[in-house]
Design a protein around this ligand. Structure first.
Ligand code: NAD
Length: 482
């Protein structure tokens, strides 16, 4: 049976706003004590985070299912396994990453020691959305801890079961004076942003990202913004029918994972006219193969997070159906009461269709006709820079040409969304899809201030060099003056 959907009726465990001052002060005192800088503390906390996820994986999966009916396998894969892998990767490399770098020296640094130290910023604030409630708290937290920061984490109010479970597990496993969970919605987040932090990581919508950045300017706090947008898929006109069938299967598998509630999910397809029909057929077949003739009874299809979002996406489908030329390839039905939307693909969508008016963030995929690769490139360049760009081609030069011209946060060729699992590569957006990056070494560096330390000797010889090379005034007496 499909996972039961329990979200309504759960009381959200908000943290009282009057506790924020104490939380931030305790976090700051812990950081200033120096204890979080030691590698042993960092490793201990990373191991504790691992144990928290590992020992409670059943409860975590159940909480995500209660919040929005996420299929067990999808919850286990993204909320548990990918987090565990990332923690292990950071633990494996922390000794190497935290060592000072020794950059090349110039004439002015001769005889000196020049190094770059990766210093923790201090008190970091991590704000997350609802679509992957554990992953989008735990991955940035892993980077923050690897870099020796203390952290205050704020999950989304739209996933109350996960928020409640985090509230229970965090103090049980993690250093209570260094890693805090604050629960709440807009009111609590706005109050939190009044406080002073040394670093803010925000994952969420572009609109709220702007609010976060504006709040951060008050204290000149550095930010990582992991935002959203419309990630395009470009189909090479040269693909054969067999290639198109494979492409269609991969697009369907990645688009309808978590019912399209993924920041890097393919948002729309730009397809050459002669491949529209084979692509539509391949994708319809894949939808039926994956979710059956009646997707509402599939245990592998997530529900939508709440009624508001269901209505928003459902209305977009209905409006798009009314548009001239729109053809429903598959799906098209939705039920607000059950927070359910059929996996839906609509062809014949134009650049101004309702589905192109906003990030879809649901199980609806429009196909737009694109006459040539150049037209596809122009289409992408005329819009805000997307978080991800997907290209289906067998020609390397074609792939290079497209992503060389159309700027995006990341690129995947012949698949989609897999870049999220690459712990060794940076994950982040550009322009309206965000700034800064997370994951692995890049996440560690994002949570660190790169401090230059130039250490000169204070001996007789170095002083003689200064005296004789004209470093000190009066400059005219030494021959180095202009
Ligand atoms: P959201 O922006 O509505 O909310 C995110 C967080 O901000 C929540 O914790 C929420 O409580 C808080 N918030 C909401 N309104 C606020 C306000 N006015 N002031 C202060 N805080 C506020 O986003 P969402 O609906 O939870 O998530 C969906 C969005 O997140 C999509 O745009 C998606 O693309 C994006 N996203 C991006 C990534 C990424 O890694 N780039 C990952 C997941 C989701």
């Amino acid at each position: 049976p499909p996972p039961e959907y329990y979200s309504s009726g759960t009381t959200f465990p908000s943290t009282p706003v009057d506790k924020f001052d104490k939380i931030v002060a305790t976090a700051r005192a812990t950081f200033l004590s120096g204890r979080t800088r030691s590698l042993s503390w960092r490793k201990e906390q990373l191991r504790a985070l691992y144990r928290m996820l590992d020992e409670n994986s059943d409860a975590i999966i159940q909480a995500v299912q209660r919040d929005f009916g996420k299929p067990t396998t999808e919850a286990f894969m993204v909320e548990v396994i990918l987090n565990l892998n990332h923690i292990v990767y950071c633990l494996k490399n922390i000794d190497k990453w935290t060592k000072p770098d020794h950059p090349e020296k110039g004439l002015m640094e001769l005889g000196a020691d020049l190094s770059i130290r990766h210093e923790p910023y201090g008190v970091s604030l991590i704000i997350a959305p609802w679509n992957y409630p554990w992953a989008l708290i735990v991955k940035p937290l892993t980077c923050a801890l690897t870099a020796g920061n203390v952290a205050i984490c704020k999950p989304s109010e739209l996933t109350p079961n996960c928020a409640a479970l985090m509230g229970e597990l965090f103090p049980k496993y993690l250093d209570r004076d260094a890693i805090f969970l604050v629960n709440g919605g807009v009111k609590q987040t706005v109050a939190l942003l009044e406080k002073r932090f040394d670093h803010i990581t925000f994952t969420g919508s572009t609109a709220v990202g702007k609010i976060i950045m504006a709040a951060a300017t008050r204290h000149l706090t550095p930010v990582i913004l992991e935002l959203g947008g419309k990630s395009p898929v470009v189909i090479d006109p040269e693909l054969s029918p067999a290639d198109i069938a494979r492409a269609g299967t991969r697009i369907v598998a990645t688009k309808f994972f978590n019912s399209g509630q993924t920041c890097i999910a393919p948002d729309y397809i730009l397809c050459p006219p002669h491949l529209l029909e084979p692509l539509a057929v391949a994708m319809r077949e894949a939808v039926v193969r994956f979710y059956g003739q009646d997707p509402s009874s599939s245990p592998d299809l997530s529900r939508i997070v709440n009624r508001n979002h269901t209505r928003r996406i459902g209305m977009l489908i209905d409006q798009q159906k009314e548009e001239e030329g729109s053809v429903v390839v598959v799906g098209g039905n939705w039920d607000e009461n059950k927070c359910f939307i059929e996996p839906t693909i609509i062809a014949g969508v134009d650049a101004y269709g309702p589905l192109m008016s906003q990030e879809i963030f649901g199980p609806v995929l429009p196909i737009l006709e694109s006459q040539s690769l150049n037209e596809a490139i122009d289409f992408i360049r005329e819009r805000e820079r997307p978080l991800a760009l997907y290209i289906f081609t067998k020609n390397k030069a074609t792939a290079e040409k497209i992503h060389g011209a159309a700027i995006s946060g990341s690129v995947v060729i012949n698949d989609a969304t897999l870049q999220y699992g690459a712990d060794s590569a940076p994950f982040g957006g550009v322009g309206h899809s965000g700034m800064g990056c997370l994951h692995g070494k890049y996440g560690f560096l994002s949570f660190s201030h790169q401090k230059t330390v130039l250490h000169k000797p204070l001996d007789w010889i170095s002083e003689q060099i200064f005296e004789n090379t004209g470093r000190y005034p009066p400059y005219t007496s030494k021959g180095l003056s202009r």
